[in-house]
Design a protein around this ligand. Structure first.
Ligand code: DGT
Ligand code: CA
Ligand code: CA
Ligand code: ZN
Length: 573
């Protein structure tokens, strides 16, 4: 197995967490954590670089010591230092750090004082009211821990879309190479581009006598074979992810693809509609009086019901069947419709790319424009820009734009919305910008009323353009803050503001439901990457998936506009 950058990053991140719980020197902890991030963001394979004798100390924050360690990991697939730490710090303690109320210090106390070393034990201790007794904890913290664990349990089973994609791609390639195999496709929630995926459903067609099932259950990453049959097998991968493979006949391919793409609610509604027309619909085809009348393609399934073709992202039984009946489905936005990115960070704050590098990357992606939106000063952790440094950046962008051809850098900022709803920089600085992305990074725990007011007050400022990551959630990690999105959307419409779909796969914020709400209420959405690295500029596709799940067409999206029209929309009266 080749060692991927993500494997090395995962090892370093684990070491950092465990060292931190162990109370190690903070500089050492930070060195591992930064290295983990750098490696994860890096677009070339370190294993390849090392095989070519290239120097990996070129990477920022990677010195000789870490470079040697990377080399060792690439060559052996393991890291002895990690084993050593794990011998006295149980690795499951890391899971406890993901509980919002717990940092490394508290995790250490729980371990040392209560011998709590995993989530189950923590829940037991908290419910047994033992946690509140510890110095620095108290009843509130204990209750918060119980609440967090309850929420975690609900989401624990689900894998982020990007991770599911990373698992699916090599497996599908593996299957495609097998002799006699024709089509291989991921169906299920992955095909519907859901933000989190329970398990992977792969569908294949192949010639008789193909070894596909045998090769599937013997895939190198398999931990356990749950079942194996001629047409259906299920495996669990080493990372704990379940994969179902179904092999179907060519003439059932469309019916099977439709069935296993789901969702279940959509399937049930489709089957009911069939019954009304005296048709039987299942994973083998569409039948009238047991005579097959279609099933080779998905189009045949929909056509047999007099429905327009429904894109996978819409198949949630949220009105798509009714819309398909009267040919009123939206024409969904695609990656090709996008003319530019409206949220990107540079080395001036916590990004990895210079202005020139961003411009070049944007041009390579065929964009017309890209907005530079570094953090503002309130985000001290990343040395956010004050007025003076922002004006400096504006000057640099102006200078660079003079030289650039075919791409325009827009002057922007990711501006903090302060607790009282004011913006982090004065208007006489903001007036020099093309746009602002305004976001909340602090004070997540205000009441719903206060949080909503805070955002609407901010929107009152005429320089407010786009509300960044509108609910602040991190998938599987941090719940959205309490906020009345419907009121926010209404306020945005009245003021000529926009909402963002932050395309980062950890965020995908706005979610699909709110996107549809914004569309229905007439507020346009910016689909933006919030990129901090080259690789993240390509995460736009996750935002596109979310937008499509939210029924958005190109006309509903801000950054499908050409530069001239975009600038008009950003100009508030
Ligand atoms: P997941 O895996 O939880 O993220 O979501 P899905 O949608 O991939 O669900 P999964 O893997 O349980 O099943 C794949 C598809 O198979 C599902 O989307 C629809 C279809 N399916 C599964 N169970 C049923 C069922 O009981 N009735 C019908 N009509 N379809 C089903
Ligand atoms: Ca599934
Ligand atoms: Ca499944
Ligand atoms: Zn942000």
């Amino acid at each position: 197995m080749p060692v991927h950058n993500s494997d090395i990053a995962a090892i370093f991140s684990k070491v950092a967490d465990l060292l931190e719980i162990d109370g190690a020197n903070p500089f050492r902890v930070r060195a591992y954590r930064n290295a983990s991030r750098t490696i994860d963001d890096f677009s070339r394979s370190l294993a390849d670089m090392i095989a070519n004798n290239e120097d990996v100390t070129k990477l920022p924050g990677i010195g000789k010591d870490l470079a040697d360690k990377i080399k060792k990991i690439v060559q052996t697939g393991t890291f002895p230092q990690l084993k050593e730490i794990e011998s006295h710090i149980p690795p499951e303690l890391r899971d406890m750090m993901k509980i919002a109320a717990l940092g490394p210090k508290r995790v250490r106390i729980l371990y040392k004082k209560l011998k709590v070393s995993n989530i189950e034990q923590l829940e037991e201790a908290a419910k047994g009211r033992k946690v509140r007794e510890l110095t620095g904890f108290g009843q509130k913290t204990e209750e918060k821990i119980i609440e967090e664990i309850k929420h975690k349990k609900k989401t624990l089973e689900l894998t982020k879309l990007i991770t599911a994609e990373q698992i699916a791609q090599p497996l599908i390639q593996h299957l495609e190479k097998i002799e006699g195999v024709d089509k291989v496709i991921a169906a299920g929630s992955l095909r519907r581009r859901k933000e989190v995926v329970g398990d992977l459903d792969i569908l294949a067609t192949c010639a008789a006598g193909s070894e596909i099932m045998h090769r599937f259950v013997n895939y190198e990453d398999v931990k356990q074979v749950i079942s194996q049959g001629k047409t259906r097998s299920t495996i669990i991968l080493k990372k704990g992810f379940q994969v179902d493979l179904r092999v179907v006949q060519q003439n059932s391919y469309g019916a099977a693809l439709h069935y296993f793409t789901g969702s279940k609610a959509h399937n049930i509604a489709i089957r009911k509609l069939g019954q009304k027309k005296n048709l039987k619909i299942n994973e083998y085809g569409v039948f009238r009086d047991d005579t097959p009348i279609g099933g080779k393609t998905e189009e045949e399934i929909f056509a047999s019901l007099d429905l327009a073709y429904i894109e996978p992202e819409l198949r949630e039984d949220r009105g798509e069947i009714e819309a398909a009946k009267i040919n009123q489905l939206p024409h969904l936005v695609t990656l090709e419709d996008i003319r530019g990115d409206l949220h990107a960070h540079t080395t001036a704050t916590d990004g990895r790319l210079s202005l020139e590098e961003i411009a070049q990357a944007a041009e390579q992606r065929g964009y017309e424009y890209i907005a530079i939106t570094d953090h503002s000063k309130h985000v001290t952790m990343v040395h956010g820009l004050n007025a003076e440094r922002l004006l400096q950046e504006i000057k640099e962008i102006d200078r660079l734009n003079q030289k650039l051809e075919g791409i325009v850098l827009l002057k922007g900022i990711e501006l903090d919305i302060l607790e009282d709803g004011t913006l982090d920089l004065p208007n006489d600085v903001l007036k020099h910008l093309d746009l602002t992305v305004c976001s909340i990074h602090y004070k997540f725990n205000l009441s719903r009323e206060k949080q909503t007011e805070r955002i609407i007050r901010a929107m009152d400022n005429p320089y407010f353009n786009i509300l960044g990551h509108p609910t602040g959630r991190l998938i599987n990690e941090r719940r959205p803050y309490e906020v009345d999105i419907e009121r926010i959307i209404k306020a945005a419409r009245e003021r000529g503001c926009f909402l963002e779909i932050n395309a980062h796969p950890d965020r995908l914020d706005l979610n699909d439901i709110y996107c549809k709400m914004a569309k229905d209420m007439g507020v346009k959405i910016a689909i933006s990457t919030d990129a901090h690295s080259l690789k993240q500029l390509d995460y736009l596709r996750f935002g596109i998936g979310q937008a499509r799940r939210g029924w958005l067409g190109p006309e509903d999206v801000l950054n499908t506009r050409n530069l001239q029209d975009l600038k008009k929309l950003l100009q508030r009266k």
